[in-house]
Design a protein around this ligand. Structure first.
Ligand SMILES: N[C@@H](CCC(=O)N[C@@H](CS)C(=O)NCC(=O)O)C(=O)O
Length: 213
């Protein structure tokens, strides 16, 4: 059995969508991480598992720890032998890696991280807003020609949806990027995404209540 370390509406949301797409849920033990205290729901110290304290992390079927969204999403897709979720060869494989890398570095780290974090300073926020249009216009232009990042829904879409979930929270106006907005609205209706949102909402409410105490 795999163990997936997640936190509601963090970038680990992508792994939840991927698990739902593959039907591997029966083989996953979900471990909820409090990113404020770095404790698991049973009080265990998460830093002893992943020293960076970040989610997602995955204890694989082989009992080896994998970190980084890109690697975890590929592991899940490969474990399920679902080639459309992560093409195994040819140019599509490289395109998948290209988009996963773009989402992880250019969108998550360069733009969204400073905007969602409550501890980032004004300079970091300004730099993030300044970096946003070039990257979002590039993505918008790609999505105006295609309903998915690759030819079909892939784990790169799962990763992108996890990031776009934050747009409303940071008051990013997706109306300026109509193809991204309609892509996101369409993805919200996808059963795996709707299911992941419902599951994370159940985790989110108690976590939010605890942090307000
Ligand atoms: N490079 C990592 C980044 C993961 C990451 O930043 N996760 C955030 C949640 S979206 C996190 O765990 N933040 C808490 C922390 O850094 O302490 C990946 O791609 O998986």
């Amino acid at each position: 059995m795999m163990e997936l370390y997640v936190s509601p509406f963090a970038c680990s949301f992508a792994a939840r969508v991927a698990i739902s797409e593959t039907g591997l849920g029966y083989d996953v033990r979900w471990r909820s991480v409090d990113l404020g205290t770095h404790r698991l729901d049973d009080g265990q110290d998460y830093l002893a598992i992943h020293p960076l304290g970040q989610v997602p992390a995955l204890l694989t079927r082989e009992r080896r720890l994998l970190t980084e969204n890109l690697a975890i999403l590929l592991y899940i897709a490969d474990a399920a032998r679902t080639p459309s979720l992560a093409p195994r060869d040819g140019h599509a494989r490289y395109e998948l890696l290209q988009w996963l890398s773009f989402i992880g570095s250019e969108l998550h780290m360069r733009v969204f991280k400073a905007l969602v974090s409550s501890t980032s300073n004004e300079g970091a926020r300004e730099a993030a807003w300044a970096a946003a249009p070039k990257r979002l216009n590039y993505l918008n232009s790609h999505l105006s020609r295609s309903g998915h990042l690759l030819q079909e829904f892939s784990v790169a879409d799962a990763a992108l949806i996890a990031i776009l979930n934050w747009a409303r929270h940071i008051r990013m106006d997706l109306g300026r990027y109509p193809a991204i907005r309609s892509y996101y609205q369409c993805q919200l209706r996808r059963p795996s995404v709707a299911r992941a949102i419902a599951e994370e909402m159940k985790l989110f409410a108690p976590a939010a209540a605890a942090s307000n105490k």
